[in-house]
Design a protein around this ligand. Structure first.
Ligand SMILES: [Zn+2]
Length: 175
């Protein structure tokens, strides 16, 4: 099972605007194998999602999935979603408090606000257009991963840095 190495905060490619994927090349082995490796990497790292720039490929692809994830024991599962050239719009104005972590910022958590419900549009790995409504944790993960395609890390969205903490302290005091 091939996995890719995850680049960490400080790597300049985490701060770039990712390029759109040319949909006419999506069926090529280069993209199809890359998507498989991205999914394998997310699962191997126990991520709820991972975006291509996090493995040093600055293109507009992310994958997300939660199935009894040990990093998110209190969160509901959601099925694998592969999103190519995705866009996200909030549905309504309700926001939720979100304690987030990131494979590119290991062992750190912080609290921020996200849209509670969103509409995501994009293309699946076969190049078919899709539109889905996501809510709660799935909506939060999609917003986090989309941010990676725009060079944004979750810490950028924290209004108050006092909640920034290490994973062990998060689990001890806040989970
Ligand atoms: Zn992340």
């Amino acid at each position: 099972m091939n996995t890719l190495s995850v680049i960490k905060m400080g790597h300049p490619n985490l701060r770039k605007i990712a390029s759109p994927v040319p949909l006419d090349q999506l069926q090529s082995p280069r993209y199809q194998e890359f998507i498989d490796h991205l999914i394998n990497t997310m699962r191997a790292e126990d991520g709820a999602g991972i975006a291509a720039p996090q493995v040093d490929v600055v293109e507009r692809i992310f994958v997300m999935e939660v199935d009894n994830n040990p990093r998110y024991p209190d969160k509901p599962s959601f099925p694998l979603l592969v999103a190519i050239n995705p866009e996200i719009k909030p549905i309504g104005t309700k926001q939720v408090e979100s304690w987030e972590g990131c494979l590119s910022i290991p062992n750190i958590r912080g609290k921020l606000m996200r849209w509670a419900q969103v509409k995501i549009t994009g293309y699946d790995r076969d190049g078919h257009f899709f539109e889905k409504e996501l809510s709660d944790f799935a909506a939060v993960v999609a917003q986090h991963e989309l941010d990676h395609l725009n060079g944004i890390l979750f810490i950028d969205r924290m209004k108050d840095m006092k909640s920034l903490c290490f994973q062990a302290e998060y689990e001890r005091f806040y989970l």
